[in-house]
Design a protein around this ligand. Structure first.
Ligand SMILES: NC(=O)c1ccc[n+]([C@@H]2O[C@H](COP(=O)([O-])OP(=O)(O)OC[C@H]3O[C@@H](n4cnc5c(N)ncnc54)[C@H](O)[C@@H]3O)[C@@H](O)[C@H]2O)c1
Length: 255
């Protein structure tokens, strides 16, 4: 019997951070990976870590022309698409009164428009494979907090978009789920996490620490895999317990 070709995942924002860690985990699990990013130098460096096996896609997910082109390049190269991981994201924290429309749009065009555009363009290819979409939202999309008017709103919309996708695309066998990471020390987070924010996170997280890129990637890889074949429309926080907790943690800690 002919071998089934290895599954293919396209991961956006894969040049570093959570996206790159996810690509490594999935490649180690036997997936072929397409790395999409708009940062050319970082993308080259990332692709070099895969010994020529990864496809580099230099695109900006907020550009409406980019999505169909990126999907076409991926399917032309690998012959199929089994999973789309919408991970590319930007963070910009600021008070509501100082968030002008340009700043609001900069966040929305990547974090929300990009997820919509990439997913829509991927539907024909995902229909063929009964594939999966995994959208990366955030705990900031689950619970409101100061300074996140654009970021938190974009991530909350990604959660709703995921559920819309699950509802409509289920009849094609396409699954759609979202992962809400807690804080991870990536370039994105460290640009906006002041010491006050870092301390506040520790106070609100039962596991009392930041997560790692790999810990988020493991959840993403699971949701892409056939192990999650009956899981769709779910919003899964990988957050050290942040979402489940109310007040009182620091007062009760004994260590
Ligand atoms: N790090 C955290 O604490 C944290 C927490 C919750 C959610 N997230 C989410 O996880 C995802 C990954 O974040 P990260 O922390 O690894 O960030 P990161 O900054 O390390 O990586 C993000 C990557 O996305 C790319 N990118 C950004 N905008 C793009 C666009 N328009 N088109 C193509 N590529 C683009 C960047 O060039 C970069 O390589 C994001 O969606 C982020 O919002 C991160």
């Amino acid at each position: 019997m002919a071998d089934t070709p290895a599954k293919v995942a396209l991961i956006t924002g894969a040049a570093r951070g959570i996206g790159l860690a996810t690509a490594h985990l999935m490649a180690a699990d036997g997936w072929r990976v397409a790395l999409l990013d708009r940062d050319e130098d970082a993308l080259k460096e990332a692709a070099a870590q895969f010994d020529g096996a990864a496809l580099s896609l230099l695109h900006d997910v907020s550009d409406p022309q980019a999505a169909p082109q990126a999907i076409r390049e991926c399917v032309t190269h690998f012959g199929r698409l089994d999973a789309l991981v919408n991970n590319a994201g930007v963070a910009d924290f600021g008070p509501i009164e100082e968030t002008d429309f340009a700043r609001w749009r900069r966040v929305m065009e990547t974090n929300l428009d990009g997820v919509f555009l990439m997913s829509q363009a991927a539907i024909p290819a995902l229909k063929e494979t009964k594939g999966a979409i995994v959208n990366i939202a955030s705990i900031s999309g689950l619970r409101a907090s100061t300074l996140r008017v654009a970021y938190g709103t974009s991530k909350s919309a990604v959660i709703q978009l995921t559920q819309q996708q699950a509802a409509e695309l289920g009849e094609y066998g396409i699954r759609a789920n979202a992962v809400c990471p807690g804080p991870v020390r990536t370039k994105l987070a460290m640009a906006v996490h002041t010491q006050d924010i870092i301390d506040a996170y520790h106070d609100a997280i039962p596991l009392n620490r930041y997560g790692s890129e790999r810990e988020i990637g493991e959840v993403i890889a699971f949701l892409c895999s056939p192990k999650a074949s009956y899981v769709t429309g779910q919003i899964i926080a990988a957050d050290g317990g942040f979402q489940s907790t109310g007040v009182g943690l620091p007062a009760l800690r004994t260590l």
